[in-house]
Design a binder for this molecule. Structure first.
Ligand SMILES: [Zn+2]
Length: 215
């Protein structure tokens, strides 16, 4: 029995450590961070990272065709190399957020390195930590630099090998008032899915929100 107890304790300790680690970056996002646009009934589309010129222009054209506005969390090093595209995104009325300079895992950086990653990124009031990896330390650091952390409520999983049907199903089955949907500009099927998806979101009775600087 003592032996079994030791094993059980050890397993439980390991599990607790794993859960704690996971909670640090995945579950620990607050409701305010998940619903970062603070709108109770509209849907916010967010597009992360970077893309080719073609991908960015195609996305902007679709959003314009659908009379929709979105939020872009851009990697700073990419933005520095594509100032024209960043300008086009902003001039189209979308909001640009900080996604660090090199898409670094902030949890692995010291305070000063994490601060440097954020400060070298895009000027914004909003920060989405790469892969959503933030904990209390990163949250406090971001807030001290004047940022609000932005998470999401629906992961489209467009960054995986998921099929068009799976991504559509994921989003439409999880749709809820105030949803913030995570997409990637470079997502394999994102541009293909988007036009009909916006129509479908509207046919479910939701409006795709126009983000405002007043949040
Ligand atoms: Zn990212």
């Amino acid at each position: 029995m003592p032996h079994n107890t030791t094993v059980a304790l050890s397993t439980s300790h390991t599990l607790s450590r794993i859960l704690h680690k996971y909670a640090d970056w995945k579950i620990a996002a607050t409701q305010a961070e998940k619903r970062c646009h603070k709108s109770s009934d509209t849907i916010l589309l967010t597009f992360d990272d970077y893309g080719t010129e073609t991908e960015v222009r195609c996305l902007l054209r679709t959003l314009a065709d659908k009379n929709s506005k979105a939020m872009f969390f851009l990697v700073g090093s990419w933005a520095a190399e594509h100032p024209d595209l960043v300008r086009e995104i902003e001039q189209a009325g979308h909001i640009v957020g900080n996604h660090t300079y090199t898409h670094a895992n902030l949890l692995k950086l010291s305070d000063s390195k994490a601060q440097e990653e954020i400060n070298r990124g895009l000027q914004s009031r909003w920060l989405r930590a790469p892969q959503g990896r933030a904990d209390r330390r990163i949250r406090n650091l971001a807030e001290s630099l004047g940022f609000s952390l932005c998470y999401w409520t629906i992961d489209s999983r467009d960054w995986t090998n998921a099929s068009v049907a799976t991504i559509r199903h994921t989003i439409l089955s999880e749709l809820h008032p105030g949803a913030v949907i995570l997409f990637h500009i470079h997502g394999r099927h994102t541009l293909e899915i988007l036009p009909k998806l916006i129509d479908d979101i509207r046919s479910h009775g939701y409006e795709v929100t126009a983000p405002s600087e007043d949040w």
